[in-house]
Design a protein around this ligand. Structure first.
Ligand code: PRP
Ligand code: URA
Length: 211
């Protein structure tokens, strides 16, 4: 994996909030709130190089060529279910973004993704696509989701997660070396059931209080 393709967004505020998310005593309502807050902070970094153009406006004092975002609206793609937690915070920052959903869950025995839904914005080839999922474990889910997005025409994709396992970073880099990865933490390893250690458990279950 090309190391330059991984950006670790380890702002102190993110680190602090992530610790509370990892704590098994943190209830779902707080877990969701923290995920939303972290994703807003991450979005700020992930989108820092968005293209800019100018528009002529009148300030109360004079005419000015002022900066505005250029190009087509962004596409945020949530990898269901847990991706919705990252999506919410990003939408707070960029409310005009288009939104797509890729439905995938991990088979607990094989750790292979099972696909059940795919709906994304039109003209995906003209948009910057931000695919979000809090957990990059084996990366099988991210690899499948990104393959679907590419098949649908997406050409400029970034993958954003909260926690990444080194195994997942290597696997995603092997299958999609062109995709930049943004993460708030790189954890130690996977356990024999494919969970990230130390991790935070099952992100979807912790968000929604399921088992
Ligand atoms: C979790 C997580 C990722 C996937 C990561 O989803 O949100 O999509 O596991 O694991 P991987 O990198 O080994 O593929 P899960 O399958 O639990 O589905 P859910 O979001 O619906 O709970
Ligand atoms: N999916 C999760 O939700 N958590 C993990 O640790 C691994 C995959």
């Amino acid at each position: 994996m090309n190391k330059q393709n991984v950006t670790l967004i380890d702002h102190p505020l993110i680190k602090h909030k992530l610790t509370f998310m990892r704590d098994k005593e943190t209830p779902s309502v707080v877990f969701r709130q923290l995920l939303r807050e972290i994703s807003t902070l991450m979005a700020y970094e992930v989108l820092r190089d968005l293209p800019i153009t100018t528009r002529t406006i009148e300030t109360p004092l004079q005419t000015m060529n002022a900066p505005v975002l250029d190009g087509k609206k962004l596409a945020f793609i949530s990898i269901l279910r847990a991706g919705n937690g990252l999506l919410d915070g990003m939408l707070e920052l960029v409310p005009s973004a288009r939104v797509g959903h890729v439905g995938l869950y991990r088979d607990h025995e094989t750790l292979e993704p099972v696909e059940y839904y795919f709906k994304i914005p039109q003209k995906i080839d003209e948009r910057l696509v931000i695919a979000v999922d809090p957990m990059l474990a084996t990366a099988n889910s991210a690899i499948a989701a990104i393959a679907q997005l590419k098949k649908a025409g997406a050409q400029n994709i970034r993958f954003v997660c909260l926690l990444a396992a080194p195994e997942g970073i290597a696997n995603l880099g092997h299958h999609h070396p062109d995709i930049p990865i943004y993460t708030a933490a790189i954890d130690e390893c996977l356990n024999d059931k494919g969970y990230i250690l130390p991790g935070l458990g099952d992100a979807g279950d912790r968000m929604y209080g399921t088992k």
